[in-house]
Design a protein around this ligand. Sequence first.
Ligand code: E4P
Length: 218
Amino acid sequence: MKFFIDTADTAEISELAAAGFVDGVTTNPSLIAKTGRPFKDVIKEICQLIDGPVSAEVTAKDVEGMIAEGELLASIAANVAVKVPSTWDGFMACRALSTRGLTVNVTLCFSANQALLAAKAGATFISPFVGRLDDLGLNGMEVVREIRTIYDNDKSLKTEILASSIRTALHVKQAAMAGADIATVPPAVLRNLAKHPLTEKGLASFLADWDKTGQAIL
Ligand code: E4P
């Protein structure tokens, strides 16, 4: 499973990219707003930081507006993935943009049927929002599993499952086990994947014993 980083914070992206953990980046209007910077500047800078796809979301609600915005966003850099919502107009925009050879991420997906439509419309990525379903007491990861089954049943569907709205380290593990192709992970959650109290405890005791030897490796 690939890792995308769910942030528009360029300092975080640079740091995690240097560590070798960034296969792509996802942004959304809320993440862009958090930076306080101009949208196109942020996307351009992220696209220069990494080679993988960088999702930039349209804000128009109608198909013509989404297509026009999508084409403009795609002109910023070759690795822009145009993000369109899982609405009827979004699916039509997805078809038009993907037919023109652009990378399209269909976002705000909350059902397997939306994922089916997105794949039929030529989406490169489908983004089921796991955490937001869990927030409502529903089972977000079940939707990822359903999409995996549907895509595996029809080999003509080439869309990659991008598990989104990932909130915890448990979500990351579950997404990998459910067969997601990618998880888009907030930086703090990615760092949490390394943590285990027994690792910390074991390391402390090994190093305490090592200190007693008075030796140094270098
Ligand atoms: C994905 O593309 C979205 O930007 C993101 O995963 C949404 O996450 P949230 O539900 O935690 O805001």
